[in-house]
Design a protein around this ligand. Structure first.
Ligand code: DX5
Ligand code: ZN
Length: 216
């Protein structure tokens, strides 16, 4: 299992002052910044696009963990690579040739991730495990921050952790949605190692202590 880490989600920051949101992550010591990209079609919300990512890039050396919630992620992979993404995750449910999109991300030299919604059968992702560096199990239906964690997803997390062990694979197992100290403990027990946290991170009075409570 890779070392555990937290990727605070900028979605929960003040969208009028993303630079301050990034500084808060840097000051906390978290190594990654999770960037939620929403198109108003794959999910019922619109967040921000490649220009925001490009403008934040020179301000920080945080690892940009880009989560594309787009119906056609294949059409935007290049734009986010140019904008400064360090890794890109796409959804298995989106309208694209999943294998080709994952290949394009890796051919550009970036780690590739595959995301699944809470109601998605893990079997849909299994054919792609050789092509991924990260599996993202959504623990809420994507679109909005601040939703309640869905414990039903723990079964999928266990499935991917078992696949990883049996197949001798090294992909990260990321969880996203409703993550706080309590729900992170459940995810750790199920095998997750990479924790996206939006609302709970930005609301925490002591963010360093919050990160420790998530990684355990
Ligand atoms: C949900 C996004 C998440 C979101 C998590 O659509 O993919 O990354 O920012 O936010 P919290 O931690 O508030 O559930
Ligand atoms: Zn996300």
């Amino acid at each position: 299992m890779p070392p555990r880490l937290v990727a605070p989600s900028l979605l929960a920051a003040d969208h009028g002052d993303f630079a301050a949101g990034v500084r808060a992550v840097e000051e906390s010591g978290a190594p990654w910044l999770h960037l939620d990209i929403m198109d108003g079609h794959f999910v019922p919300n619109i967040s921000f696009g490649p220009q925001v990512v490009a403008d934040l890039r020179p301000r920080t050396r945080l690892h940009f963990d880009v989560h594309l919630m787009l119906s056609r992620p294949d059409r935007y992979v290049d734009a986010f690579i140019k904008a400064g993404a360090d890794r890109i995750t796409v959804h298995v449910e989106a309208q694209h040739d999943v294998a080709a999109t994952l290949r394009a991300i890796r051919q550009a030299g970036l780690p590739a991730g595959l995301a699944l919604n809470p109601d998605c059968d893990p079997a849909r992702a299994l054919p792609f495990l050789e092509q991924v560096d990260l599996v993202l199990c959504m623990t809420v239906f994507p679109g909005f921050g601040g939703q309640a964690f869905m414990p039903s997803v723990l079964t999928s997390i266990r499935t991917f952790d078992a696949e990883r062990r049996q197949g001798g694979r090294a992909f990260r197992l990321e969880v996203d949605g409703g993550i706080n100290a309590e729900t992170a403990a459940l995810c750790r027990e199920a095998g997750a190692d990479t924790f996206v946290a939006g609302t709970a991170f930005y609301k925490a009075a002591d963010r360093k202590a919050f990160l420790r409570s998530v990684t355990g």
